[in-house]
Write a protein that binds this ligand. Sequence first.
Ligand SMILES: NC(=O)c1ccc[n+]([C@@H]2O[C@H](COP(=O)([O-])OP(=O)(O)OC[C@H]3O[C@@H](n4cnc5c(N)ncnc54)[C@H](OP(=O)(O)O)[C@@H]3O)[C@@H](O)[C@H]2O)c1
Length: 384
Amino acid sequence: MRKKVAIFGSTGSIGQSTLQVIRDNPNLFEVVTLVAGRNSSLLYDQIRDFHPKHVYIQRHEDAIDLYNSLFYLPNARMSMEEIYYGDEGLDEISSIYDFDIAVSALVGIAGLKPTFNLIMSGKEVALANKEVLVTGGRFILAHAKKHNCKLIPIDSEHSAIMQCLQGESQNSIDKILLTASGGPFLTRDLTTDITVDDVLKHPTWKMGKKVSVDSATMMNKGFEVIEASLLFDIYPRNIQVVVHRQSIVHSAVQFKDGTIMANLSPTDMRIPIAYALNFPNRIKNSIERVDLFKLLNLTFEKPDLNKFPCLEYAYSALKSGLDKQIILNAANEVAVEKFLKKEINFNSIPALIYTVLDSWLTSIDIDSIETILELDADVRNLMN
Ligand SMILES: NC(=O)c1ccc[n+]([C@@H]2O[C@H](COP(=O)([O-])OP(=O)(O)OC[C@H]3O[C@@H](n4cnc5c(N)ncnc54)[C@H](OP(=O)(O)O)[C@@H]3O)[C@@H](O)[C@H]2O)c1
């Protein structure tokens, strides 16, 4: 029987790679749900090729256009009831549980509520969206436990750590060594003018715009520290970020006896995605192999926290509590958006985040999705 897959964020970088894995393995997987934001023409192509049962597009007018254009494709025609749109539509489509595994790959806190709904299915949820754990923290983990939902990481680093920990006991772990490519500005002087185009040229990974900016500020790595601490139940002080420019070692675990287990693979997100989709079994692929004889220069360096303060902000939010993580995430999302719209320069991203974190003195108990979203909205209102 083929595994039924729901993809939230199908038109994004992770979503498209997930569809490539499914296209290459038609005997293993079938698509039941596709969720996109604004890219209705790509969603149309995906519906034509994969014949899902339900789809989502953000705007009502795009949903109607989609319905009309699909009408001329007898094999992929969909009724208006199967095409969801708007905030309510996203809530509804994420509450249809006819999948075996759902891929959570929306970007930003927009993915939180849908992922919360998907978790209630009690099925597998493959998690790419970092902001879900950054803003939902232990609240999301408890929710997954309550509903007996297995969360499987897609991020290459967390997938690597999970693989290094197979068959190991929790108390044998000494440290997590979380690798970071360092982004496009590892060696560049950040006091020079940095354009949006400079930021979008990542040296080793091709990703969506928001995550590319996060990668350049190293906030992305900070978020991954938070995710790793939560997913693997490790104190922040036992997570060491290691700058590894070649992105061949995807992370490692150091054990109490001094052994380090590392995970190496080609730099291609289809590998951790396929592993998550078919967990715990691996799928053969034709991706070019890592040739050990060509790995003459694998380098490992300490991150420069003065140059990349966002990494430090993430450690500090993780130690302070979930409300600080929510504030950090909201401040980052607004600052990144402002940079992408060319309203602020690159260096103002960490500066703006610091101002927000520093001025927010009250602490708030987070006990529901609503309180998370309220705090997120308060931060956005303050910044806009
Ligand atoms: N890319 C990577 O290599 C990578 C690796 C590890 C983890 N991640 C994480 O995975 C997540 C996705 O990353 P990405 O690079 O795939 O991002 P992306 O290319 O920007 O894709 C984001 C997806 O979410 C959709 N979307 C955004 N807002 C939406 C909304 N309000 N309603 C419905 N759909 C919405 C977008 O739709 P439209 O494009 O149609 O508007 C798109 O399909 C991020 O949290 C990122 O940190 C990414």
